[in-house]
Design a protein around this ligand. Structure first.
Ligand code: FES
Length: 110
């Protein structure tokens, strides 16, 4: 994974260390008002909002199948690569964030 320079109008936020997210798992990380789900799929990291777009489900408490997260509330699914709905009853995509890795830390851009 390469990291590109961040434009001046964008914020870069450090979330956690890579070793805190085991392969094949998802962990909730809070930063200020942000509540995020951080995923590790075969050593590649992805970040989405933690709140399901369908209701009160927390995606970090769901089941991760490859790049698909299944909400444990009603079984809705999202592709964590782009946030697209992958299974009903969800209708709206979940927000995703650009991820970069530096010195073993996971960053997102806002
Ligand atoms: S709250 Fe996530 S599928 Fe309903």
């Amino acid at each position: 994974m390469t990291s590109q320079p961040i434009p001046a109008d964008r914020a870069k936020i450090s979330l956690c260390r890579t070793e805190e997210i085991a392969e094949g798992s998802v962990v909730k990380v809070e930063h200020g008002d942000l509540v995020l789900a951080v995923y590790n799929v075969d050593g590649e990291f992805f970040v989405t909002d933690d709140l399901c777009t369908h209701g009160p489900g927390s995606l970090s408490e769901g089941e991760l199948y490859g790049h698909i997260i299944e909400c444990n509330f009603h079984g809705g699914q999202f592709d964590i690569r782009d946030g697209a709905v992958a299974g009903p009853p969800c209708m709206d995509p979940v927000k995703t964030y650009p991820v970069s890795i530096e010195d073993g830390r996971i960053f997102i851009e806002l």
